[in-house]
Design a protein around this ligand. Structure first.
Ligand code: ZN
Length: 199
């Protein structure tokens, strides 16, 4: 089991700008340990995304993965609304994205670095990602819905930004309460109940 731990909000390492990774660094294989640590932590914590700064590695590196098991607590209606679906593990170096279109969508997010809390965060519905894959090969991913949200959340970590910087403050709640009361509901109902202005 990995000895690596996730840094928590308040740690200045989470507030720094991570540096790009060179292709020769990727080719050298010296970053495999960091990737394995990140994958190990995701498995351990049942996370769906992690950025290298969260384990104290100041590099532009993110790992994403989502599977059916992790969405089993959500209703079909909510999954459809969130446009959430499983996808296999993706390792991206130097990820950059452009919004596609102007649609914004708002849902609850949580973060391994902000344990126990969740809040509504507006994000672009669709993005076009450019990055290097685990072997250093340039890749693109045009994606909408939940994976697009995940990309925006993880790339924010590379710039020292946490979701709490972008959240609708009135929606902040414990993760436990969010799971019990709010995650199963359409977001409009949550906003009405908590009197969160729609963003
Ligand atoms: Zn996070």
């Amino acid at each position: 089991m990995s000895e690596t731990t996730v840094l928590h909000a308040g740690d200045p390492l989470l507030r720094q700008t991570a540096r790009p990774v060179s292709r020769s660094e990727i080719a050298s294989g010296g970053l495999q340990d960091a990737i394995e640590d990140m994958v190990g932590l995701m498995k351990q914590t049942r996370g769906i995304g992690i950025a290298a700064p969260q384990i104290g590695v100041p590099l532009r590196l993110i790992v994403l993965e989502d599977c059916e098991e992790f969405m089993s607590h959500l209703s079909a209606e909510v999954l459809q609304e969130q446009e959430r679906y499983p996808f296999e593990r993706k390792v991206f170096f130097n990820p950059e994205f452009e919004p596609v279109g102007t649609d914004q969508v708002t849902y609850f997010e949580n973060c391994l670095s902000v344990p126990g809390l969740a809040a509504l965060v507006p994000r672009h519905r669709e993005v076009s990602l450019r990055a290097l894959d685990a072997r250093g090969v340039p890749v693109t991913w045009d994606v909408r819905g939940w994976p697009a949200r995940l990309i925006q959340h993880e790339v924010d970590h590379l710039d020292g930004v946490l979701y709490t910087d972008r959240m609708a403050p009135r929606s902040l709640c414990t993760l436990e309460l969010a799971k019990e009361r709010w995650l199963r509901l359409p977001v409009d109902e949550v906003c009405a109940a908590l009197r969160v202005p729609l963003v």
